[in-house]
Structures are given as structure tokens and as C-alpha cells.
Design a protein around this ligand. Structure first.
Ligand code: 3PY
Ligand code: MG
Length: 262
């Protein structure tokens, strides 16, 4: 999307350049909240269709709000369903994130769903919002397909024992832009549920980041606390997603209540 008054950041290039983006997850899928996330100065937002109850219409409004405020959007789909991956990219998501990628074959399928031929098998329809509803970029539909292929970021969540086991192969899948480490699910997988900051989890994440870096791949990670977010950004991760909009709002309201009471 380039028109409509919005500013389109190149998320893929930013991940590649590794400037250390600070994002947050959105569970609420509310356009006004997305604007607040942008106004607060976050570098990106992740619309969470794995855990958020919102539908595609709400997601579409969130995308418009984010882009009007110049903030890129990653959509976390609920699973690897290729038709949903194509749909969220058609709606204008700058990147797609799939949960629980456990093998190179799953990562390859994710890339194929996100890229048009010849790089992949994304269903082609150039009159979508991502193409400004125009069916063309630089004067041709072919131009838009090439542009979309070069811009859509593809991120695979590494958050299970299978993913850790197969990581060397996953990070070498062509077309993948980043692995996104999930400490919450990893804590479950490593037998320390509810402890995403447990030493076992943090050292598994640190090892996974090293494997990705060795392969020249960016790493993103979820951080439940600001301290953990800062520590990952200090270590040079490409993107850190700190918190979830619903919990950040709850914390803000609790703090306002405490400050407002005599
Ligand atoms: C995880 O930490 O498992 C996540 O998926 C973050 O949302
Ligand atoms: Mg998870």
C-alpha cells in the first residue's frame, strides 16, 4: 500500500538491517488502540489472530489505522492455512507470522503461501487493498506481484521442542526473514510452564538466536517484562515484542486508579 495518505515502512528491510524494533502484540484488534500503539511510538504492532478473538473486518480496520499512522503490521495467523496467509497479506499486512513452526517443511510451506510464483504459490489477485485496489504497481500487475514478493516479511515462530530440534534446517529455508522465538510456549515445552524467564528457556532462546544469526537470519522474540525487552534489544535482536495491548491497558488503568485514589 502506497497511497491513501499512509506511509508504508519496509518491514522486511528493517528486519534485515537489524535496527532493533520495539513492537507489541494486539489481542484486542481495535483500530483506536492500534492508533494509540503508534502514537506511543512503538515501531510495529503484531495483530494476533492466534489468541485474539477479532475477525478479518476488524483486522482490516486495524491495518488502515496502523498505516495511516505510519506503523508496519505483522499479522500472526492462527495456523499455516495458506488461504488465510494470502488473505491477510491481501488486506495489507506487511508481514505474516505463523505459530508453532516445527520443521523446515512447515517453514517452506509458510514461505510458499506468502509469495507469488515463481517464489511461491500465493493466490494471485491484484485488486486488493495491499495493491491500493488498483491491480497494478508501477503500471502493471506483474510489477505489483514482484513488489509484493520483495516486501512481504515472513516470520516463523520457534516455540516447541520440535523447532529447537530442527532449527539448523529451519533457519536455512529460502525466503524466511526471521525466526520469532516464543518463550511462553517454549516454557511449556521445556517443562517449566508459566516461567518464560526461567534459565532453561532463556538459554534455549540464546542458543536459537545464535543459530539464526549464524545463518544470517533476523531474530524476533516476545518479552513479557520491560526489563526482558530491554535486555534482548541490548543484545541486538531485530525485533522485540513487549507485552500485549490488553495487559498494557490493564496495567495503565491500575496505575491510574492507584494514583487517583487519595
Ligand atoms: C510465546 O511466547 O509462546 C508467544 O507465542 C508469544 O505470544
Ligand atoms: Mg506461543
Amino acid at each position: 500500500m502506497t497511497g491513501g495518505g499512509g506511509v508504508r515502512a519496509d518491514l522486511r528491510a528493517e528486519l534485515r538491517d537489524g535496527r532493533g524494533m520495539l513492537a507489541t502484540f494486539s489481542l484486542l484488534g481495535c483500530a483506536e488502540v492500534i492508533e494509540l500503539v503508534a502514537l506511543a511510538g512503538f515501531d510495529a504492532v503484531i495483530l494476533d489472530m492466534e489468541h485474539g478473538p477479532f475477525d478479518l473486518q476488524q483486522m482490516s480496520r486495524c491495518l488502515v489505522a496502523a498505516h495511516l499512522r505510519g506503523m508496519p503490521v505483522i499479522t500472526r495467523v492462527a495456523n499455516g492455512d495458506p488461504s488465510m496467509i494470502g488473505k491477510v497479506l491481501d488486506l495489507g499486512a506487511d508481514g505474516v507470522l505463523a505459530p508453532h513452526i516445527g520443521s523446515a517443511a512447515e517453514a517452506r510451506a509458510l514461505v510458499a503461501a506468502a509469495r507469488f510464483a515463481p517464489e511461491g504459490e500465493r493466490g494471485a489477485h491484484p485488486w486488493v487493498r495491499a495493491a491500493d485496489f488498483d491491480g497494478a504497481s508501477g503500471g502493471s500487475a506483474a510489477g505489483w506481484f514482484a513488489d509484493a514478493n520483495s516486501r512481504a516479511a515472513v516470520l516463523a515462530m520457534v516455540e516447541g521442542a520440535d523447532a529447537l530440534h530442527n532449527l539448523e534446517e529451519i533457519v536455512h529455508v529460502t525466503g524466511l526473514d526471521a525466526v520469532f522465538l516464543g518463550p511462553v510456549d517454549l516454557a511449556q515445552a521445556l517443562g517449566v510452564p508459566g516461567q518464560p524467564d526461567h534459565e532453561l528457556v532463556v538459554s534455549a532462546l540464546t542458543r536459537a538466536r545464535a543459530v539464526a544469526a549464524e545463518a544470517g537470519l533476523a531474530t524476533a522474540v516476545f518479552a513479557a517484562s520491560p526489563e526482558r525487552a530491554r535486555s534482548w534489544l541490548d543484545k541486538g535482536l531485530g525485533l522485540v515484542a513487549y507485552g500485549v495491548d490488553s495487559k498494557l491497558i490493564l496495567d495503565g488503568l491500575r496505575s491510574a486508579r492507584d494514583r487517583g485514589r487519595p
